[in-house]
Design a protein around this ligand. Structure first.
Ligand code: GLN
Length: 499
């Protein structure tokens, strides 16, 4: 078999195998005995860590905290196994009834949220507090005017901060995906005050005692809020089962036990020396295994996305250069051109979110969604690389092929494409390396890749330095090794050792 035929047969076989494996993982929503849950017998719960003591990353790398313990107790009453998914706070409401059955994340009941979800009975009273640096002169509402404020995106603290900015346009608001990042910026003097809920504010104050302090919301006239569990709209049966469970847990003492266990308990482990930081970032609770799993996921997504990218990208390139008998461009080339323009003209992270929340909203397999999103994105770039590779092949080659009795398609497959692939190899390798780094945004669809793991560990240890630098070093080493390997492959292909 010729090089090209073998190369492309392999690609097609791999692509089909991946597609079949992926498709078999989709399709869900089976009716449970009393109420529907996404997975039968399992309550899939959305939360957002970085909100201690309600939810934070536990020593084992999994979400822990009051809310997690509470929803597990509720699950037990309901006879359901509880599976907790960690995501950005901002994504919780959209995920309820879609990717997850319920959300619990110290979520305040608000009229706006009630338009999208139903709420259980409330289980905790809260109020917003203001976190400032020790010695700051911010004490009341007037002092916030003109300051640089911080809040977590989509929270009630964010709404209050928006109002303050509206009243006084000199006030600046910086929003963060998770509170620990805001606390870091408060310590680094990038922001002056954070508006966040009382108990987490006090927990952060305890973790960084001496550096920051929490000022009561009464001093700012903030109103009382109530936390409740978010449920899909119209889920009466599930709602009343959860309310019954909450009432039972309150009367049988379980609720108080969990409150005593978590609220005001120190959930963070702060260590100062670099060796201590290294130990808590890598060694404590075998955290190194989390980086390893994250790295495997990163490589897995990048590898399969690259396969999708090469197969779809080659097809797009062929479509783009396709001409009809009269030598004119065809509709195929037009479609391919539009696809490439759209993909290259929109941010990758948006494409990933569109795939997750809209196009593949029924798939709860984040890896599959990520592979499809990254693969289809990469395809647009690969298409241009392969097209350039084809155009670089001398025109005479097509004529030579035709005069030997090959059809246009045969000449393309057997003569032009193999040379085009060789031409395109260096930029294709670059594309794969970019892809590997681009996967760092999969945390948006609740996947724990290497970057997300580093972020989770920095929120668990409240020390970002070692986890983030550590993850950067791991990426660097992997990409260096990959570059060397791809270099060898490229040289051998050029010399013609691999056919
Ligand atoms: N209680 C706040 C809200 O619902 C903040 C919750 C959180 O950040 N987890 O907006």
């Amino acid at each position: 078999m010729k090089t090209s035929t073998r190369f492309f047969s392999w690609l097609v076989v791999c692509f089909m195998a991946v597609s079949i494996a992926c498709l078999s993982l989709t399709g869900y929503r089976v009716k449970a005995a009393e109420f529907k849950t996404i997975e039968p017998g399992v309550l899939t719960v959305a939360t957002s860590t970085g909100f201690p003591p309600f939810e934070y990353v536990g020593d084992d790398g999994k979400p822990d905290g009051f809310d997690v313990a509470f929803i597990k107790a509720i699950g037990e009453k309901l006879g359901l196994q509880v599976k907790v998914e960690d995501m950005e706070f901002n994504a919780l409401v959209a995920s309820v009834g879609n990717k997850t059955d319920v959300a619990i994340a110290g979520m305040t009941v608000t009229d706006e949220r009630k338009l999208a979800v139903d709420f259980s009975d409330s289980y905790y009273d809260a109020v917003q507090y203001v976190l400032v640096r020790k010695g700051s002169n911010i004490r009341c509402m007037d002092d916030l005017h003109g300051a640089t404020l911080a809040a977590q995106i989509g929270t009630t603290g964010n709404l209050l901060a928006d109002d303050i900015v509206k009243e006084n346009p000199q006030t600046v608001l910086k929003t963060y995906d998770r509170f620990p990042e805001a606390v870091n910026d408060l310590k680094a003097e990038r922001v002056d005050a954070i508006i966040l809920d009382k108990t987490p504010a006090q927990t952060f104050e305890g973790i960084y005692s001496g550096e920051i302090e929490a000022i009561p919301g009464d001093d700012f006239d903030f109103e009382v809020e109530e936390y409740a569990i978010a449920l899909p709209k119209g889920s009466e049966q599930l709602g009343s089962a959860i309310n019954k469970a909450i009432a039972e847990l309150k009367s049988d003492g379980t609720y108080d036990r969990i409150i005593n266990e978590y609220i005001n308990a120190d959930s963070g482990e702060k260590s100062n020396g670099i060796v201590d930081q290294f130990v808590s970032a890598f060694i404590t609770s075998n955290r190194w295994t989390m980086y390893l799993n994250g790295l495997c996921l990163t490589i897995q997504i990048a590898f399969f996305a690259a396969l999708v990218g090469i197969v779809v990208g080659t097809l797009l390139a062929l479509m783009k250069i396709a001409k009809n008998r009269k030598g004119k461009r065809t509709i195929l080339s037009f479609i391919s051109g539009i696809y490439i323009d759209i993909v290259r003209g929109t941010p990758l992270v948006l494409q990933l979110l569109i795939m997750w929340f809209i196009v593949m909203k029924n798939s709860k397999d984040g890896v599959l969604v990520a592979v499809v999103a990254f693969g289809l994105n990469s395809a647009a770039y690969v298409a241009e690389i392969i097209r350039a590779g084809i155009l670089a092949v001398d025109n005479g080659q097509m004529e030579a092929g035709r005069s030997m009795g090959f059809t246009r398609a045969q000449t393309m497959c057997h003569i032009i494409l193999p040379q085009a692939v060789k031409n395109a190899l260096p930029p294709l390798c670059n594309e794969f390396i970019s892809l590997l780094k681009e996967t760092a945004i999969v945390g948006y669809v609740a996947l724990s890749d290497l970057t997300r793991v580093a972020n989770q560990i920095s929120s668990a240890t409240y020390q970002p330095f070692v986890p983030l630098i550590g993850a950067a070093v791991i990426y660097f080493v992997v990409i260096k090794i990959l570059t060397l390997l791809l270099g060898v492959l490229e040289r051998r292909l050029r010399k013609g050792d691999i056919r």
